[in-house]
Design a binder for this molecule. Structure first.
Ligand SMILES: NC(=O)c1ccc[n+]([C@@H]2O[C@H](COP(=O)([O-])OP(=O)(O)OC[C@H]3O[C@@H](n4cnc5c(N)ncnc54)[C@H](OP(=O)(O)O)[C@@H]3O)[C@@H](O)[C@H]2O)c1
Ligand SMILES: [Zn+2]
Ligand SMILES: [Zn+2]
Length: 333
């Protein structure tokens, strides 16, 4: 029996919910949850904004905990070992995408909170290949957010082989954005934070930005014309994308990780004149999660968190809804 918190309808309050699990699968692990970060995707799923939520829904996909049970086929992990679990709880492991190391793009990958129950619970189960050991040097309480938010902004750095001479901007300094500033600064890039919050401008500089720009001020955006090799959008709202494309250098890239639902209204001419690209990406593979953890440990990168006892999960969700959160809520047990 697993004790969790579930919402029973779109936008509903989270209430205690128990569910039965059968014998553990051959390649599965059970994690005793120590803490779980709250990603904006948990809120979007709870509200069924993407149309794929099933109720009752147990959110939570930034889990840190210790292995309490192992399937018979799991040989590379041990009971009691501290691990993390992110957006994916399993991959097919046999398609060409998985075999190429791109598990995060496997068409059969299972989302931890999509038709499964997630980490707002005392325990959670997952395929062993989808959990990643936590290095000793990483602070366990603040590590959860690395497993979804962190890897989502670290992955493009690796995929596009960013150089330390690159000039990179991050739009939206929330859960994902504040980790992106830290990673990019440690990578050696020139870092710009686009934020809609005047109060966050100073904090962004402390977290690794070299300059800040108001993300909703057309004049400030215009003044940044031709500056960036890469822009990472972490917002889930529609902004003036053509204005942002103008801030790219020739061959620059506007890359989406934030789940903006409104279609993009982009002018092709601005793209073609400068050979600019538009792209997007989902989380990252287990191998890249491990690489990110190693990098974070070496550069002492850690999520800035506000902690809440798991029983206060609804207060934590309200804090995320408020927009004042600094910068990630983490539930502790
Ligand atoms: N690609 C993936 O695999 C993946 C993984 C995880 C999350 N996501 C998605 O990424 C997005 C961000 O997640 P998160 O957890 O970082 O959310 P978050 O903590 O709520 O941060 C989002 C940030 O967007 C900015 N923002 C919000 N409303 C805005 C508005 N009206 N105008 C301008 N800026 C606004 C705010 O930054 P400022 O205060 O600085 O303006 C806010 O802090 C969500 O859509 C989430 O679902 C995608
Ligand atoms: Zn997430
Ligand atoms: Zn696969």
């Amino acid at each position: 029996m697993i004790n969790a918190y579930a919402a029973f309808e779109p936008g509903g309050e989270l209430k205690p919910f128990q569910y039965e699990v059968g014998p553990i699968g051959f390649q599965e692990v059970e994690i005793e949850v120590e803490s779980c970060g709250i990603c904006h995707s948990d809120l979007s799923m709870l509200n069924n904004e993407w149309g794929i939520a099933a109720y009752p829904i147990v959110p939570g996909h930034e889990v840190v905990g210790t292995i309490s049970e192992l399937g018979q086929g799991v040989t590379h992990l041990k009971t009691g070992q501290r691990v993390g679990l992110g957006w994916h709880s399993g991959y097919c492991m046999t398609c060409s995408t998985c075999l190429s190391g791109d598990h995060n793009m496997c068409a059969q990958a299972e989302g931890t909170i999509v038709n499964r129950h997630g980490g707002f619970a005392d325990k959670v189960r997952a395929q062993a290949a989808s959990v990643v050991p936590l290095p000793q040097k990483i602070d366990a309480v603040s590590a959860g957010p690395l497993f979804c938010g962190g890897i989502t902004v670290f992955n493009p750095i690796v995929q596009y082989q960013l150089k330390s001479t690159d000039s990179v901007a991050v739009i939206g300094i929330g859960g994902l954005g504040h980790m992106a500033l830290q990673f990019l600064n440690a990578w050696g890039c020139a870092v710009t934070a686009f934020t809609s919050s005047e109060a966050k401008r100073k904090e962004a500089l402390q977290m690794g930005a070299h300059q800040t720009i108001n993300s909703r001020d057309p004049e400030e955006i215009k003044a940044a014309a031709g500056q960036f090799d890469l822009i990472l959008s972490t917002v889930n709202v529609k902004l003036d994308w053509n204005g942002y494309v103008d801030t790219l250098k020739p061959r620059g890239r506007l890359h989406f990780v934030g789940a903006t639902l409104e279609p993009l209204d982009l002018s092709v001419f601005q793209l073609l004149m400068g050979m600019r690209s538009i792209s997007a990406s989902p989380v990252g593979s287990p191998v890249n999660i491990a690489r990110m953890l190693d990098f974070a440990a070496r550069h002492e990168i850690r999520p800035v968190i506000e902690t809440f006892p798991m029983q206060q999960v609804n207060d934590a969700m309200d804090r995320l809804r408020s927009g004042d959160l600094r910068y990630r809520a983490v539930l502790t047990r």
